[in-house]
Design a protein around this ligand. Structure first.
Ligand SMILES: [Mn+2]
Length: 291
C-alpha cells in the first residue's frame, strides 16, 4: 500500500466524527463512479497485489513436479525419523521405572503398583468414589500405570485412607525414580478447568516441601472431605522427597478446583519424571540429587 493510501486507510478507519448513515452508501450496488479518485487508486493498488499473488500461484504450478518430489522426500525423512524414535532408548526401559509398595497398619491396608512410563492404565479402589475419580485423573494425565487397592477404616472417616494413600504413592514415586538419572527434574503446569485455574510446580530435588494455597466452600465432595486434598499432597511431597507448589489462582466450583489440583499435579509430575536424552547423569550442579 502506498503511503498516500495508508494515510487514506488510516483516516477512513477513524470514523468517530461521522454518523453511521453518513458513512454507509445509500445504495448497496457497486457504483464505482461515486468513489473518489483516491479510493479508486487504493482499489487498483490492491487489485495489483491480487494479480501478483495469482502470478505466484501460476509460477508454483509450473514447478509442481519438483515440489511434489520434495514433499515425498520430506515425508520419507519423517517416516525414517519416527522409526528411529520408536527404537527404545536404553535409558527408557519401560519396565525399569516401577515400584510396588505394600503398607499395613491398624488403620489401613494398602497395595500399590506403579509404572512411571505407563500409558495411564489404572485400576483403583480406595473405597472413596471421589478420591478414586481424582486418582484416575492423575494416572491418565501423568501417564502412570497404577494398580491400587486400599482397605481403610472408613467406619471412622476418610482421613487415614487418603493420607496413607498419599504416603504410599509418594514412597512408590521415590522408589520408581531411583537415582533420578536423566530426568527433567522440574515440571510445571497451569491448568484450566472452566472457571478454575490452578498452578502446579514440582522439583524432584530430594527435599520435601509443600506450598499449598486452595480454598473450598464445600466441606466434602462425595465422600471425600475437601480438607483432605491438602493432606494427600502433603503426604506425597514428604514421602517422594519433592518440592510441590499448588496454587488455585481462580475458581468457584469445588469439583473443578479439586480436579484441577490433581490434574495439574499429574501434568507437572509427568514433565518432571520425563527422561531428556540431553541429560547425562542427574540434572544438578552438585552431581547428585539427594535421595
Ligand atoms: Mn470430575
Amino acid at each position: 500500500m502506498s503511503s498516500k493510501n495508508r494515510r487514506k486507510w488510516k483516516s477512513n478507519s477513524i470514523p468517530q466524527t461521522k454518523q453511521p448513515e453518513e458513512i454507509l452508501p445509500q445504495e448497496t450496488n457497486n457504483n464505482f463512479t461515486q468513489i473518489a479518485d483516491e479510493e479508486e487508486s487504493y482499489r487498483v493498488d490492491w487489485l495489483g497485489t491480487f494479480e501478483a499473488a495469482s502470478d505466484l500461484g501460476l509460477a508454483q504450478n509450473k514447478d509442481s513436479i519438483s515440489e511434489s518430489e520434495q514433499k515425498k522426500e520430506l515425508s520419507k525423512k519423517r517416516e525414517q525419523q519416527s522409526e528411529i524414535l520408536k527404537e527404545p532408548d536404553e535409558r527408557v526401559d519401560r519396565s525399569l521405572r516401577t515400584a510396588k509398595v505394600e503398607r499395613v497398619t491398624k488403620e489401613t491396608r494398602i497395595c500399590l503398583e506403579l509404572n512411571l512410563d505407563g500409558t495411564g492404565e489404572a485400576v483403583i479402589d480406595t473405597g472413596i468414589g471421589f478420591f478414586d475419580h481424582m486418582l484416575y485423573a492423575v494416572a491418565k494425565h501423568g501417564f502412570l500405570d497404577l494398580k491400587l487397592k486400599v482397605q481403610g477404616d472408613l467406619i471412622v472417616d476418610g482421613h487415614h485412607t487418603i493420607e496413607d494413600t498419599g504416603i504410599v504413592l509418594g514412597q512408590a514415586l521415590k522408589e520408581a525414580l531411583g537415582e533420578k538419572k536423566g530426568i527433567k527434574r522440574y515440571g510445571s503446569c497451569l491448568l484450566p478447568m472452566d472457571e478454575t485455574l490452578v498452578l502446579c510446580a514440582v522439583d524432584f530435588c530430594g527435599r520435601p516441601y509443600l506450598n499449598y494455597t486452595a480454598e473450598f466452600t464445600a466441606e466434602r465432595l462425595g465422600y471425600m472431605e475437601t480438607e483432605m486434598v491438602r493432606e494427600f499432597f502433603y503426604a506425597i511431597s514428604y514421602n517422594a522427597g519433592m518440592n510441590l507448589h499448588l496454587k488455585v489462582l481462580d475458581g468457584k466450583n469445588n469439583h473443578h478446583i479439586a480436579e484441577a489440583l490433581f490434574k495439574s499435579f499429574a501434568k507437572a509430575l509427568d514433565e518432571a519424571k520425563t527422561i531428556d536424552p540431553r541429560i547425562e547423569g542427574v540434572l544438578s550442579t552438585k552431581g547428585v540429587i539427594s535421595l
